[in-house]
Design a protein around this ligand. Sequence first.
Ligand SMILES: *[C@@H]1O[C@H](CO)[C@@H](O)[C@H](O)[C@H]1NC(C)=O
Ligand SMILES: *[C@@H]1O[C@H](CO)[C@@H](O)[C@H](O)[C@H]1NC(C)=O
Ligand SMILES: *[C@@H]1O[C@H](CO)[C@@H](O)[C@H](O)[C@H]1NC(C)=O
Ligand SMILES: *[C@@H]1O[C@H](CO)[C@@H](O)[C@H](O)[C@H]1NC(C)=O
Ligand SMILES: *[C@@H]1O[C@H](CO)[C@@H](O)[C@H](O)[C@H]1NC(C)=O
Ligand SMILES: *[C@@H]1O[C@H](CO)[C@@H](O)[C@H](O)[C@H]1NC(C)=O
Ligand SMILES: *[C@@H]1O[C@H](CO)[C@@H](O)[C@H](O)[C@H]1NC(C)=O
Ligand SMILES: *[C@@H]1O[C@H](CO)[C@@H](O)[C@H](O)[C@H]1NC(C)=O
Ligand SMILES: *[C@@H]1O[C@H](CO)[C@@H](O)[C@H](O)[C@H]1NC(C)=O
Ligand SMILES: *[C@@H]1O[C@H](CO)[C@@H](O)[C@H](O)[C@H]1NC(C)=O
Ligand SMILES: *[C@@H]1O[C@H](CO)[C@@H](O)[C@H](O)[C@H]1NC(C)=O
Ligand SMILES: *[C@@H]1O[C@H](CO)[C@@H](O)[C@H](O)[C@H]1NC(C)=O
Length: 632
Amino acid sequence: MNLFQSLLVLVVAGLAAAWSPSNSYVPSTVSCPDDIVLVREADGLSHNETEWLKRRRPIAKEALHDFVKRATRNFSDSSLVNRVFGGNESHSPVVAIGASGGGYRAMLSGAGMISAFDNRTNGADEHGLGGILQGSTYLAGLSGGNWLTGTLAWNNWTSVQDIIDNTTNHNSIWDISHSIINPDGFDVFGTANRWETIFKEVRQKHKHYNASLTDLWGRALSFNFFPSLSEGGMAYTWSSLRDSEVFENGSMPFPISVADGRYPGSSVISLNATVFEFNPFEMGSWDPSLRAFTDVKYLGTEASGGRPERRGECVAGYDNVGFILGTSSTLFNQFLLRLNTTGMPRVVKRIIGHFLKDLSTAEDDIAIYSPNPFHDTSYVASNYTNSLVSSRDLYLVDGGEDAENIPLLPLLQQDRGVDVIFALDNSADTSEYWPAGASLVSTYERQFGQIGKNISFPYVPDEQTFVSEGLNTKPTFFGCDAHNMTDLSYTPPVVVYIPNSRNSFDSNQSTFKLSYSDSDRLSMIKNGFEATTRNNMTDDSNFAGCIACAVMRRSQESMNATWPDECKRCFQNYCWDGRISHNGSRVQQNNDYTSSFSSSSSSSSKGGASHLYSPRSVLSLFAFVVSVVGLF
Ligand SMILES: *[C@@H]1O[C@H](CO)[C@@H](O)[C@H](O)[C@H]1NC(C)=O
Ligand SMILES: *[C@@H]1O[C@H](CO)[C@@H](O)[C@H](O)[C@H]1NC(C)=O
Ligand SMILES: *[C@@H]1O[C@H](CO)[C@@H](O)[C@H](O)[C@H]1NC(C)=O
Ligand SMILES: *[C@@H]1O[C@H](CO)[C@@H](O)[C@H](O)[C@H]1NC(C)=O
Ligand SMILES: *[C@@H]1O[C@H](CO)[C@@H](O)[C@H](O)[C@H]1NC(C)=O
Ligand SMILES: *[C@@H]1O[C@H](CO)[C@@H](O)[C@H](O)[C@H]1NC(C)=O
Ligand SMILES: *[C@@H]1O[C@H](CO)[C@@H](O)[C@H](O)[C@H]1NC(C)=O
Ligand SMILES: *[C@@H]1O[C@H](CO)[C@@H](O)[C@H](O)[C@H]1NC(C)=O
Ligand SMILES: *[C@@H]1O[C@H](CO)[C@@H](O)[C@H](O)[C@H]1NC(C)=O
Ligand SMILES: *[C@@H]1O[C@H](CO)[C@@H](O)[C@H](O)[C@H]1NC(C)=O
Ligand SMILES: *[C@@H]1O[C@H](CO)[C@@H](O)[C@H](O)[C@H]1NC(C)=O
Ligand SMILES: *[C@@H]1O[C@H](CO)[C@@H](O)[C@H](O)[C@H]1NC(C)=O
């Protein structure tokens, strides 16, 4: 028995809790009803989401009411609060949070931002916005932001505070002091073992299904997110969240992960890309170019028009959590590919190249969903090409590649009735890797194209104004007055924009920095908390009250209720006033990936990430690759 076989035995024996029917990464066949239809038209919320909301809404309402009461306790008049929360829950505000992409920068800074909304964080009730997270209904993540939301949701809704408190334990969540490429640091043996396991699992899947680099990437990531599970959750499925108690009973928000569709044979991703969402029940798109959702649990089933090709037989276990988290972040496939450009020994390049070629033909930065669950479905709007549904494979890419780096589209669906969105922006729009509102501008523009006509989004200024007016250095509200937006297709939510900005730490780290020391990780999180709370309320002691005003705004407008003086002052301070200003100077674009992909998805000549690879880590990479040569 070689090392690898004994490893496999250990793995199989250690599987106490298995979610995938095969107990492994490999999908397998299960029986399902003869008449099952796996796809539906995207003509409203799914039955399951609607049912789930009935359990979530009363819980969210109570938590939100508690926050608002606390935040407005100094207001001279509490009649608005009483009116907004006095009726039944179908009148209370619907809150959503969207966490942007941007690699580990976005994951960590975003974690600090979310922790400011979480009443489980030390100090969040005293000098933060604790309770907003408990009061929110939707929580969307994209790329690095979906690593964050996915980690929380699929770890039994753990908290950032819990993760921080565990930092010193071995194998804790987000132990990213070593990069994914070299997870065990100088323990070359450990590193090689892990990659052996990963290569082996992906090869097994690839025997029956087209696999892609995203399979490797997603598996590797999972070890950072699900360290308590066997092999980083190789058998852990996305749909298993439905059966987890904390989700089932409505104690957490509805998690959504976003990716973009890519037409077969095309490598261009634009604002016109079809935007996909994965939620615990379904994956698919609201866009007219697809207009369909499929049951995420049975991804991998060969089907036509949503009907399995073999009656009574479905596939399960394809929806591996890491694979789906990796799908939203395929941009980082570049990370593996760049190994080729960083002066590595040729033999290593050859091995990696060989493995990659085996996976897919020159489709490096995509996730392949094969077979295509939407094959031969008939919901595409008449103006759109059918190539997305006529193809045997479905290609998905990083959710930020259409230049919308904050996952807002799922939260703007009118059927979801969201009243306020907290848009957490950890993008790198400027040359110094700070955000400058580029993602908001894109989402704003998309609504005026054919593909966005069912979406409404508030007016926002251009990037230059974001920078010259400092809208990217402190929280700013957009869409404050519903009556200013009657031109749009419906009244959009208020958008509370929370940009990454410097408080106690230089949080403008490179998107491709893939390891953080424990202390830098903590500093990133702390800075995110401060950026969200006006420096723990020291810059504005009324800030929590202002957030409460933003939360209640749409309800107040629809009831034509009296708007408190305190809220008027808040809105003067925090609402964008419609002004456009250019200091003469353009925003200098960076060449980091989060904002440079809008024209072509694989412009890998841009950006200079070679500094990421210290000679030493390349050496140990070399060692592990050599040690897995036997696999080929
Ligand atoms: C947080 O809020 C929830 C919902 O309101 C409440 O049940 C819970 O006890 C709170 N937790 C803490 C630590 O305050
Ligand atoms: C809440 O209000 C809505 C609309 O006014 C109504 O349809 C619903 O039955 C009410 N629910 C409860 C629990 O009273
Ligand atoms: C702000 O609050 C957070 C959370 O309580 C804390 O970790 C951080 O140290 C505080 N920052 C400052 C500058 O006090
Ligand atoms: C979630 O909790 C259940 C029950 O306590 C446990 O079996 C499971 O391993 C936990 N899942 C994760 C990802 O920690
Ligand atoms: C914290 O660490 C302990 C011991 O290593 C582990 O059992 C637990 O699951 C960890 N919790 C989190 C949230 O990481
Ligand atoms: C929706 O819920 C029903 C009943 O619980 C279940 O049978 C079905 O598989 C669910 N479908 C999806 C897509 O979650
Ligand atoms: C890596 O570079 C070599 C030659 O420079 C090339 O043949 C190979 O295809 C490249 N591999 C990848 C994965 O791009
Ligand atoms: C799409 O169809 C609608 C009506 O069916 C038409 O008004 C619109 O101009 C068409 N758009 C394009 C881009 O063809
Ligand atoms: C997007 O589609 C619109 C038509 O709705 C077209 O005018 C525009 O050129 C397209 N943009 C890109 C970047 O393909
Ligand atoms: C309420 O007023 C007290 C006393 O002026 C002040 O210390 C406190 O920070 C205020 N609370 C809020 C939420 O504004
Ligand atoms: C809203 O209330 C104000 C006074 O509070 C009143 O003047 C106005 O006509 C009302 N508007 C609507 C649409 O009911
Ligand atoms: C909205 O309209 C009010 C006047 O009704 C105006 O003062 C305000 O500047 C407008 N806001 C924006 C963002 O255009």
